[in-house]
Design a protein around this ligand. Structure first.
Ligand SMILES: [Zn+2]
Length: 237
């Protein structure tokens, strides 16, 4: 039991240091990741808008040539109008002319709507591009900060991880489970040193008999209040 306790204390020391390293990084890893995602999503948005613009341009070209055709036909009908020999023929051609004019107007309206959509897409792309530039600038400075923070601690962190898994394999699984559950619930360490006669995790007073037992460092004891495993680092308060 004493051996398990000693191993848990070592594990707790490693986790404490790993936590310090994590805190040293601060929000940087999350910030960098968020900004990377933002840039990627704006870029893909722009790509989609750009391919829509290409579709629209195709449509615009199609309508342009259609309008051209109709205009040519319209001119021909107008010329024919001078050559008609009967009222019936005149009416028929007039009707064709009206129909052609209406078709051209329709096509021009569609054309105009496409032009408007294109303008709006281009404006959105411009706005997104500005956002991408702003975020990218912040991102590269955050990346540099993160790199230098990592450079300071990477080797230490790797050593800690190696030591951690070595100790981890030695500890009795049932105690490990308890420790790991407490650790993840507290987002840090699953074991604390008592402070005076109080739990080092929740600071509630511990029964005197419990304090004595903890100070003997021979038994694995939970705080009756918060459940965290207790040990004594030897410091008197
Ligand atoms: Zn407690």
């Amino acid at each position: 039991m004493k051996q398990t306790l000693e191993q848990l204390i070592k594990l707790q020391e490693i986790d404490q240091r790993l936590l310090e390293i994590k805190e040293h990084m601060g929000d940087l890893p999350v910030t960098v990741e968020t900004q990377e995602l933002e840039v990627a999503s704006l870029q893909s948005e722009n790509e989609q808008k750009q391919s829509r613009i290409e579709e629209i341009e195709k449509e615009i070209r199609h309508h342009e040539s259609e309008i051209e055709d109709f205009t040519t036909k319209l001119e021909k009908y107008k010329e024919q109008l001078f050559l008609v020999k009967s009222n019936k023929e005149y009416d028929a051609i007039s009707q064709e002319i009206d129909h052609m004019k209406a078709t051209i107007t329709e096509s021009e309206d569609v054309q105009l709507k496409f032009e408007e959509e294109k303008t709006e897409l281009e404006e959105n792309i411009k706005l997104n591009t500005n956002k991408i530039e702003t975020i990218s600038e912040l991102l590269s400075s955050n990346r540099a900060d993160l790199q230098s923070a990592l450079a300071e601690t990477t080797i230490e962190q790797e050593n800690l991880e190696t030591n951690r898994s070595a100790i981890f394999d030695k500890i009795e699984p049932s105690y490990l489970d308890v420790y790991e559950t407490l650790r993840s619930a507290r987002d840090g360490v699953g074991m604390v040193s008592i402070m005076g006669e109080a739990c080092g995790g929740c600071y509630s007073q511990l029964p005197p008999q419990t304090v004595i037992e903890i100070k003997e460092n021979s038994k694995i004891i939970n705080c009756p209040n918060c459940g965290v495993l207790q040990f004594w680092d030897g410091a008197e308060e």
